[in-house]
Design a protein around this ligand. Sequence first.
Ligand SMILES: N[C@@H](CCC(=O)N[C@@H](CS)C(=O)NCC(=O)O)C(=O)O
Length: 342
Amino acid sequence: MPLSVPLEMLGAPGSPYSRKMRSLLRYRRIPLLFILQNSPEAAARPAPKVPLLPTFYLPNEEGEIVPTTDSTPLIRRFEKEFEGRSVIPENPALAFLDELIEDYADEWLTKCMFHYRWYHEADATKARRVLPHWAITAVTDEKIAPIQKMIGDRQINRLGVVGSNDVTAAVIEESYERFLAAFDAHLQESRFIFGNRPAASDFALMGQLTCLALFDPTPSAITAERSPRIYAWTEHMEDLSGLHLGEEDWRTPETLPATIRGLLAEVGRYHSPFLIANAEALARGAETVETEIGGQPWVQKPFPYQGKCLDWLRDHYKQLDPNTRTTVDSFLEGTGCEKLFA
Ligand SMILES: N[C@@H](CCC(=O)N[C@@H](CS)C(=O)NCC(=O)O)C(=O)O
């Protein structure tokens, strides 16, 4: 069933994946109804099986409206349904690198986001106080107070799910600081990751950065200090509806700045060893993932969804034609990412 516009999306301003999708749809000029979580409009819509933000309400083959989640496949579905202003690079090798960087943003940088927000007292206090107001409006201080406490306690309890604990805290923070340096170097050469137009991975990075760079006090101060460029880029990314596209806006493997390797090296240093150790732990049915990341110990519970992310990346790598694979390999070689596909 073809999709009709406006699309309807349930989200919240504090949800990085909601911000990713909202700014992507604005850039693509696909009309959107943004429905605030917990609002009366939200109550009138069917609830998804697994409640995740954002949730899109989309028709199935029979035309029934189905609550649908997971930004990555949704981006690909919208590519098929709506023409123009594509966010997938034309060159298939770059399209694969885009997918890899999108996965790093969605699945690794989100560890940084969740960690900074709930591990440090100043950040947790701000988030605890503001977060419920993102979704609950026209409410007194008295009514919101227990909800603030409940949400804060629940999220702090979930730190372990993303792998934030006393063993991993330093690795997570180091990875964010290194990401800032690598991405800042790239943005000195290129407006977006793959040239003068944004790709899916730009929106994925922007989504996490709406929290890390703009909201949570500890990483926001680090970002403004280390990379005012990334701070500003995150705000630009919010609304690219007016961006004019020219013929040569996508770079090619030959014209992509060398700084892309620095970014891929961050993926290879942190995300790639995690994905591999996580998949091994899941395969063995182990209780914990225990490995070394960035030369330091890493311990957390296995994360089944991220096991699937690795399967998808490996499937897509296998489907690359031989020439494309050679080009992809030439970018991954020596970054640590090549180990994902060895
Ligand atoms: N892979 C999903 C992740 C979505 C996700 O994890 N959303 C978070 C909020 S940003 C969520 O809804 N978590 C459940 C909760 O907070 O109850 C995507 O790309 O959309």
